[in-house]
Design a protein around this ligand. Structure first.
Ligand code: ZN
Length: 66
């Protein structure tokens, strides 16, 4: 299946059998984020954590793997 990153609008092709593809099929497609953007967000989250103003809630393992 083809998915578009919500941030940079890059089109990625996912193997339909992957967990991520299965999950996206059950959710609006705009929840997809490419690896590059995901890394960028993760970095921003770390920076916010460093300021101490951002309260981080640990999400389940299933939600954090991508
Ligand atoms: Zn992206």
């Amino acid at each position: 299946m083809r998915v578009r990153c919500i941030l940079c609008e890059k089109i990625d092709t996912l193997n339909d059998e992957t967990l991520l593809a299965k999950r996206l099929r059950n959710r609006p497609i705009h929840t997809y984020m490419c690896e590059t953007c995901h890394e960028r967000i993760a970095q921003k989250t770390k920076e916010r954590l460093a300021t101490g103003k951002f309260r981080f809630f640990r999400t389940s393992k299933h939600e954090t793997e991508w």
